[in-house]
Design a protein around this ligand. Structure first.
Ligand code: CS2
Length: 493
């Protein structure tokens, strides 16, 4: 039998579960992007906040691209378990806050109606970097992106996140136009301001008449989200059935650590998240920058170089002393670009990150983090390299990290086996590799010219020359030897 509301009542003791009746919960939040991360992060905060303080903060969770999550959770009345994995063992809990699951392409009218209802006070989003179909640095929608172009001519049947938001906002305006807060939860710099700008530009094209209302009534706080959530593994389902006594097709696994820093800029009511561990602050930027540059920057470095060196997971990669040293070097380069945060000790934060990366129970695969590098590394590394060069600082670890990415997108590993590239620019990488087979320098040179990733930095010799030298060494000596030589200056390049 599947986990559902009836099973919940009969669940065996010892498993944490909602102390409220999920069937009586009203929906106050719409979430776009029902991946594992949402289930292990925002939905857990909502679950805790409802348990602690009540309130109709149930979530209508929307999948935009695939029906998988809807098909997993709808038969379970939205219920699922979170398996927290740590060095000391597992903990399981059932989350009750997801009250409705929708698959947008089949249930668009319901999605739009949910966004429009006055009871909905908040929209949260986890749609990944590429999900915004935008040039993030310029804060502009990619107007010629297929989904954006489609939505501009089919406003009632949108495909893109911006299109769905625009249609929902238009309908909300037509109803009562009550205030709304839209919280971006993706790893983008100043994510609230970015999303606000994208939505404003998009809505201006489709429904200019609602812009005065939108400006006055819809807020876009920025937020920093953090929890390492590896993809669910088949074993998680097997274990869920054993531990819960019910099948759970929606189970997610996550590390014990969790953090959510949110700009206190809401248009209307919100759940009392500050009572359940979230930090409400005036300015999220320093927190978000720290997390993105230290955690995500290190993640990407380990994903590419670790993969090429033959490691499967992040924990395996960081347990190699050479990699641990390189990650620390990258973090120090990034840290020098951060402004101090009064309540944060960066050295302790770095140490905690190494410990989190090394959690052997995580099973976080390098290949998972390696996806969509073209969308991630500009804000994880390139911005840092630009700032350091402007301040006359070295960029040794950053250039090796970048070389690791270039080596990875070559598309063949050190045994000459194909690497499956999952990236909006994958076809471009493959074409460049075909043009420069086994020619490290010309391949690197051509990749460095990909403007949306590197901007002008790719043509700056202070960056491009060391990157190309590292790429050459990676092809010649392999990733492990190159990482080891980074740490041992005696083995010079
Ligand atoms: C990772 C993130 O996949 C990735 O790119 O770096 O998903 C990371 O695990 C989270 O941001 C941690 O909060």
């Amino acid at each position: 039998m599947r986990l559902n509301l009836i099973a919940l009542a009969a669940l065996r003791d010892g498993i944490q579960r909602p102390n409220y009746d999920p069937s009586k919960l009203g929906i106050g939040i719409v979430h776009l992007g029902l991946g594992a991360f949402h289930r292990a992060h925002q939905a857990v905060y909502a679950d805790d906040a409802i348990a602690a303080n009540g309130g109709d903060w149930g979530i209508s969770a929307v999948s935009l691209k695939t029906p998988t999550a809807r098909d997993q959770l709808a038969p379970q009345d939205g219920l699922y378990s979170v398996r927290t994995v740590s060095r000391t063992g597992d903990a399981w809990r059932i989350v009750g806050s997801v009250r409705e699951v929708l698959f947008a392409p089949e249930q668009m009218a319901e999605v739009i109606a949910r966004i429009a209802r006055a009871e909905t006070k908040i929209i949260t989003l986890t749609v990944t970097e590429k999900g915004y179909c935008a040039n993030v640095a310029k804060r502009e929608p990619l107007w010629d992106h297929g989904d954006i172009a489609h939505d501009l001519s089919h406003a009632d049947d949108p495909r893109s996140v911006l299109g769905v938001l625009a249609a929902g906002l238009h309908e909300r305006f037509r109803k009562r136009g009550t205030p709304l807060t839209i919280v971006c939860c993706d790893n983008l710099p100043e994510n609230g301001a970015v999303l606000e700008s994208l939505v404003h530009q998009f809505v201006t094209r489709l429904y200019p008449e609602i812009m005065p209302w939108l400006r006055d009534n819809v807020r876009f706080p920025s937020s920093m989200v953090d929890r390492i959530v590896p993809a669910t593994q088949p074993q998680d389902r097997v274990d869920a059935a054993r531990v819960l006594g019910y099948e759970d097709h929606g189970v997610v696994r996550a590390e014990p650590f969790s953090q959510w820093v949110i700009e206190d800029n809401f248009a209307a009511e919100r759940p009392a998240c500050e009572h359940v561990g979230a930090q409400l602050v005036a300015d999220v930027r320093p927190f978000e920058k720290m997390k993105r540059r230290l955690l995500n920057g290190s993640h990407s470095l380990m994903a590419y170089l670790g993969y090429v060196a033959g490691y499967e997971t992040i924990a395996e990669t960081v347990s190699d002393p050479g990699f641990e040293q390189l990650v620390n070097a990258l973090m120090l380069e990034a840290e020098a670009t951060l402004e101090p945060i009064s309540c944060v000790d960066f050295a302790a934060y770095r140490e905690q990150l190494i410990e989190r990366f090394g959690n052997p129970a995580n099973g976080h695969r390098c290949a998972q983090i390696a996806t969509d590098g073209s969308q991630k590394i500009p804000q994880r590394w390139i911005a840092v390299a630009n700032e350091r060069l402007a301040n006359g600082l070295d960029i040794n670890a950053l250039t090796l990290a970048t070389a690791g990415w270039i080596r990875y997108v070559y598309g063949k590993d050190e045994m000459d086996a194909p690497i499956t590239l999952s990236d909006p620019l994958a076809a471009e990488f493959t074409a460049i590799a075909a043009k420069h087979p086994y020619d490290a320098m010309s391949f690197a040179d051509a990749v460095l010219r990909i403007e949306p990733v590197f901007g002008a930095l790719g043509r700056n010799p202070a960056f491009a020359a060391p990157v190309k030298r590292w790429v050459n060494q990676l092809f010649r000596d392999g990733a492990q030897a190159t990482v080891d030589s980074f740490n041992d200056p005696a083995t010079s390049r």
